[in-house]
Write a protein that binds this ligand. Sequence first.
Ligand code: GBH
Length: 455
Amino acid sequence: MKNFLWGVATASYQIEGGVREGGRGASVWDAFCRIPGRVHGTDNGDVACDSFHRYAEDVKMLKLLGVDAYRFSIAWPRIQPTGRGPANPEGIAYYNALIDLLLANGITPFVTLYHWDLPLDLELAHDGWRNRELVDDFAAYARICFDAFGDRVRHWITFNEPWCTSVLGYGLGAFPPGRTDPDEPYRVGHHLLLAHAAAVRCFREGGYPGVIGITNNCDWREPLTDSPADRDAAERAVQFFYGWFTDPVVRGDYPELMRERLGDRLPRFTPEEQAGLKGSVDFLGLNHYSTLYASAEEPAGAGDIGPNGNGGMSDDQQVFLSVDPSWEQTDLQWNVVPWGFRKLLNWIARRYPGLPIYVTENGCAVAEPDAVTALDDEPRCRFLRSYTDALRAAVREDALDIRGYFCWSLMDNFEWAHGYTKRFGLLRVSPDQLERVPKRSFYVYQQLIKEAKND
Ligand code: GBH
């Protein structure tokens, strides 16, 4: 595959640690980890993988792995400790050093501006993403980053998975600020989209070189039966998932069927806002992990797959989700269904023609109770082979314009509410022993990249 970038991804709060160093302010995740019962045990990102100090080791492993690109995120509270005001020079210096080291090693940086670590002060004093004022705050923060790093970074992502911030943070309460409200996800999502558009406007008007996009997450929804009702249900589920945050940035407004179902619960964009949103991405980022069946009626004998599986807002969608018991599952009970990945890529290319796609995350959690199991992570090796096979088929047989693939993740890290109990890494990093140790999947991915480059 030519003109294709192979990479791995991480996120600031999940790997950096050093939370009280370099002038960093607190983030909503620092606080959330302190609320009993929200995050596994007493796990938190205080140390994580210690990448704040060990980023050179990370780059060494990236080089050994042979990736073309590294997707990481900038911690807003390292750049602006309270989310507002002047840039913190120590925060800028940290990312400068990382970016320079990547470039010196021939690795392309893909920079995510926001991977969930909102400066805590914006939450406590300003109501977080429920407050529309954050649109301007985010644009100001983005401008600082474009000014500081835009001479070397050519690939920007505004938001990572606004769906998660909205649904998990405000609908299901699994992420900070831990709220459960039927309407707030739509209001928060609206503000995130406006903040995306404001940052892109600043990027384009500022004449910075390179491309900018957004990363939306979507799991595939396969019609349970061939009936028109089930086909509609699956289509509805995907539009409520990927379409919610992608239609606006490509076409300028929410999917029509969301409007039909939600009415005034879904905020409206003014004509000027629509104009700012429409075409506000140079590429589409996709984070993809799993697949479920979707049906219009509750399937007979279906196991309860819980509110998370239903993606939240299930009443709004009127979709029932179920699994095929023969599917292999990961350590998070996410189904391993590579053909669902290929179908989703085709769905995206059909709905949003003309836009290149980057798969900015794909990977799996494996139960690794001890070092021996961890270093021989056979299920992850199979997962990577099967999902990259599906990806290659989408490129070569379906002729889709996919430009890159980033495995989640370079190394075991802080897996949000699951703390350190769920492992996604190609490198083993145990919380008490921070050295990076290649698992079998590290070498499999290394090999796979080599093969792909030759065909
Ligand atoms: C990503 O989110 C995050 O960007 C990353 O930080 C995180 O570490 C990584 O994934 C691993 O969790 O049963 O079909 O409904 C993942 C978003 C949303 C993906 C829920 C899986 C449930 C699968 N997830 N989805 S399904």
